[in-house]
Design a protein around this ligand. Structure first.
Ligand SMILES: [Zn+2]
Length: 448
């Protein structure tokens, strides 16, 4: 890899300059700002890297697709990323404007620097570096960059099922999310997400609690009692069958979990929790990654302004997010929550689904996973931390279930990238080692 790594070192300043051009182009999918223009710019960079590039329309924002054939090569890899970004607000909290990239303290600051343009661009520069030094890639490369990740990838499922041939490969390689604070990281999937809204209704209007208290239904009390019934002691979910399909960690999972560095003190300090809080310990990552969780994400009813107002509110609402693990199924869990509410006298509470993504995983000891670990080790000069899956949720199931492929994720952004927040950044080290990682991964996967 020395020749490829040398090329990356030699051209590093130009790479950073080109990334800044990409970062200067807004692509805010939630606000319809600059997304199509950005797709065009990404297509240009995919082409300049040496791939056949095209923009493929979807009912929403387009997918930028690139392909580098390698005649005679046995393997193929599909790289996924996204070129859309989150809205930059609140603007006043940015040290430098979000779409005017600024380099300071070894980092590039801009909206999208970490999530996901910097990581996406690292793949393109890796392709360039290998093609310019070796003349060809060791495997067939396909690239799929979507423009709707920040708005729930709403057209990606349709795109994947409509383009199965185009996307066919042996393995998916992707970079998104932050690294672990200890350094280079590889993860093999994610928890799923089921998002529900629960609505309890009372009278047709808010009522005077003196005139109607005791005779009219009280939706806020009803809803909170219904919510409380969802948990047993110590946070265990009381919904019958909730844990039925939770997969036990394999011996390899357990090995990987034990090896994740964990600093209880810094986690507590970061979260502002008192030292006696048990939000930590050896079980931290096992709970966070391998166990499902049911959470009240929002709760509203009645009057919350200054002073008092004596009313019986007409409606009470709660938002619930359920983080799912293998092999839980969002439809089945929603059904079980429904049945639970009914059985406990809360059948009148309306349950609305706001979103669902199934969990997804590739085994941590998968041969392609091992190949990627070797690649990241070569790129960084030390072994990465492995995660059996993320605690959060990404559309990984589209690749593992939709295309039936193993899928391995290698984040290039730092743990404090501030994605979705002001002063988002990627470190120059993460960007450059990301380029090296992708380049090395192409060879390691080809040889696996
Ligand atoms: Zn994001």
């Amino acid at each position: 890899m020395d020749d490829v790594f040398r090329y990356i070192d030699t051209h590093r300043d130009r790479f950073v300059g080109e990334l800044c051009t990409l970062l200067r182009q807004p692509s805010i999918s939630a606000q319809n700002v600059g997304v199509s223009e950005c797709a065009e710019l990404v297509r240009r960079y995919v082409g300049e890297a040496g791939a056949e590039a095209r923009v493929i329309p979807t009912p929403g924002y387009p997918v930028v697709y690139g392909q580098v054939p390698a005649p005679g090569a046995g393997r193929s890899v599909l790289i996924y990323g996204h070129y859309d970004v989150q809205p930059p607000e609140p603007l006043e909290l940015w040290e430098t404007p979000p779409f005017e990239p600024s380099i300071r303290r070894g980092r590039i600051y801009a909206r999208g620097a970490g999530d996901n343009k910097g990581q996406l661009f690292a793949h393109l520069k890796a392709v360039e570096a290998v093609l310019r030094t070796r003349g060809r890639l060791p495997l067939t490369l396909k690239m799929c960059f979507e423009g709707e990740e920040e708005v729930s990838s709403r057209n990606l499922p349709g795109f994947v099922s409509a383009h199965r041939e185009l996307l066919a490969a042996d393995v998916v390689y992707a970079s998104d999310g932050p690294m672990h604070p200890s350094g280079p990281t590889v993860y093999f999937g994610c928890r799923g997400l089921l998002y529900l809204e629960l609505i309890a209704r009372g009278a047709a209007r808010d009522l005077h609690s003196g005139n109607y208290g005791g005779v009219a239904p009280a939706p806020a009390a009803h809803l909170t009692r219904g919510l409380a019934s969802l948990w047993a002691r110590r946070g265990k979910v009381a919904v019958a069958g909730f844990y039925d399909r939770v997969r036990k960690p394999s011996p390899a999972d357990r090995r990987v979990l034990r090896a994740i560095p964990f600093d209880a003190e810094s986690v507590r300090a970061d979260l502002g929790l008192p030292p006696e809080t048990a939000a930590a310990g050896r079980a931290y990552y096992r709970r966070l990654l391998m166990q499902p969780n049911l959470n009240v994400a929002g709760l509203t009813s009645g009057y919350q302004g200054p002073g008092s107002k004596t009313i019986i509110p007409r409606v009470a609402r709660a938002k619930l997010d359920v983080r799912l693990v293998m092999d839980q199924d969002p439809d089945e869990i929603e059904e079980k929550i429904h049945a639970h509410l009914k059985r406990h006298g809360f059948g009148d509470i309306e349950v609305k689904r706001l979103g669902a993504v199934p969990p997804s995983r590739t085994p941590v000891d998968h041969p392609y996973g091992q190949a990627v670990v070797r690649a990241v080790t070569r790129a960084w000069g030390r072994r990465p931390v492995l995660f059996p899956n993320l605690g959060g949720t990404i559309p990984d199931y589209l690749f593992t279930r939709g295309l039936g492929l193993p899928s391995i994720w290698v984040p290039y952004a730092p743990h404090d990238e501030a994605n979705h927040a002001p002063n988002e950044s990627i470190t120059l080290e993460g960007f450059v080692n990301g380029i090296r990682s992708t380049a090395a991964a192409l060879f390691e996967i080809a040889a696996a």
